[in-house]
Write a protein that binds this ligand. Sequence first.
Ligand SMILES: Cc1ncc(COP(=O)(O)O)c(C=O)c1O
Length: 363
Amino acid sequence: MIERAINLRIPGPTPLSDEVRKDMGKQVINHRGKEFGIILKSTVERLKSVFDTNDDIFLFTASGTGGVEAAIVNTLSRYDQVLGFTYGSFGDRFIEIAETFGVNVMENDTEWGKAVSPEDVAEELSYFPNAKAVLIVHNETSTAQTVRLDEISAVIRRHREEVNPDLLFLVDGISSLGITPFKSSQWGIDVAITGSQKGLRVPPALAIVTVSERAWWASQHNDIPRYYWDFKKAKQFLEKDSPQTPFTPAVLEINALNNELERMLEQGLNMVYARQIETADHVRAGLENMGFELFGDQETASVGLTAIHYEHADQAVEKLMKMGLDIAGGQGKLAGGILRFGHMGAFTKDEIDKALDIVEKTI
Ligand SMILES: Cc1ncc(COP(=O)(O)O)c(C=O)c1O
């Protein structure tokens, strides 16, 4: 199983470094003890650099979707009118979760293969100036597209200044954190969500959220009940003399994340992002040279994964798997029509070439 993971090129989980694998095999420690408190505090501090914020940060033991649910149940109320922008299946899911809790979502659909534009956001806000929140996915993993979050954040800022200072901005950054620049505070994001298994390069198990002042205010006035996901409880435990989480966390995983973040920060985030672009360019050139047609608008193509048109994609995924390469097919309405080659995380050129070689020889 571990050997096969060398050729794991799905859009998350990403393959683990030897250091992370070693950390995951360590003896567990007391999650209410001092040693863990130091690790948790350090992890939160390092995460602040990746999110580029001084907002509160909480770690929940869950997959990324738990973080999306946490963002909604802590800030929104039943019947709130919110704007949900979608350009793929994870945007659809964001909306579905909000609707599950009785939130009234005005849905804006962008064709799959394109990214929601800042103009789309401005237009919707002009129709619904008093919307409580904007929900958006930064990097839509199902279509390999990324929105221009800096420009969208400028639209949000203007709307707050001119019309509605309380507008909440909730962003699913599950497949963008640690992959492409993210500026949570500068972009006025109230809750940014990520997961551990993509750009943060550790196994699946953690949902991580930031919480702004505006989000705290909203959480004191909303009416959706929560227990496990309660931000207030998370803050009370994190602020103990020895920081903790309210419930038993993924202790080994948090330690591994703390150490992986240290390595990423030592390397420098700008270097991490630059290498991600290099890798994406290399994959795209390789696939195009083989004659594949890239899927979607290349102006807004993701740096974390590459999608190509491919008929009978499911059979191709199976064939590649037999040759020791795991890549992903399409999701939802793109099932069977595209292949998605994941390249988020740290790869050497050789590792990418090895995977491209299997693609060339197999399909
Ligand atoms: C953009 C985005 N949102 C949400 C999710 C769901 O995350 P998880 O499977 O960790 O719950 C993913 C996972 O691929 C994703 O890429």
